[in-house]
Design a protein around this ligand. Sequence first.
Ligand code: MRU
Length: 366
Amino acid sequence: MKVNGKHYRSLWWDDAEGALQIIDQRWLPHDFRVQAVRTMQDYADAIVQMRVRGAPLIGATAAYGMALAMAEDPSDANMDAAWSHLDQTRPTAINLRWALNRCQAALRPLAEADRAAAALRLAHEIADEDVEINRRIGENGLAIIREIAARKPAGEPVRLLTHCNAGWLATVDWGTATSPMYQAFDAGIPLHVWVDETRPRNQGAMTAWELGSHGIPHKYIVDNAGGHLMQHGLVDMVIVGTDRTTRRGDVCNKIGTYLKALAARDNGVPFYVALPSPTIDWTVDDGVAEIPIEERSDFEVTHVQGRTTGRDIDTVQVAPEGTAGGNPAFDVTPNRLVTGLITERGVCEASSEGLAAMFPDMARLG
Ligand code: MRU
């Protein structure tokens, strides 16, 4: 997508430097900083520190990390070490392990001499596939937005609500939840997006920045506003991303998503999840019981980063000195609260049957 008129992906390979380039998302939306990732430790740190973030993007980053590992030492032992090192960075988004497993399965049968080049090709492939998956999710979501628009008085905007950043920054391009928004807007459908700020890290600010760069009307709201807006008929559709969706369609996403789903159900608002197939965990059924939820530092809750009136980026303390914070980073929305899953192949019911029918080639009964 475009930043100041220039097209960017959220990561790209620089042949001249022989290194992956990322946008350091810790400084967004206030400062746009690009940096190179050059060592295995740097790859792991970039994921842990959320310089790169969002399920599909950390999957693609991990694939490039594997490519670096194979360039340094293509032995089986180093492949396993890289797998473990990267797999330990963040526990919830399944795309990370999906990408690592895919790399391992493709590289293991190869002669060591061929692994470095093959690993880099595969990382490029995973990144390109992500872009195409998200573009198609956008097409399939656009059809839903078009139907809602057709039921409204001409010219009245379709009002969407989203949580966190499931935008192009969280993927290689397009975003998952935002891809239908970009495509609907480009198709001339009037839109208005309510953007949850998404405490504690305020990823919603990145969504607002993305939407603003694309000219999509939106308002940045506090996380607790959604229920009120829905009660007053001001939300036509909720659309969120996912970090891991189980084979029966339970959706794990950024903390607070579940509360939006409950409010949506209580108010008869359709609640859709944009779901790329690499985010499906076919080994897990019950999301609440089985998905590991990342517990992050309480510093993220007790402190907030932002831009000062002097335009510096700074961090301030919100909670009283010595207050302990709790910081579960994700929650699980049970499938019964999900109206539909918008995948790259089409829209399906959030159920074992729905997902198995959409992905018969991938479905496993566990
Ligand atoms: O902790 P984050 O910022 O990596 O969490 C991101 C989310 O929860 C997104 O909504 C999810 O990854 C879907 S991204 C397309």
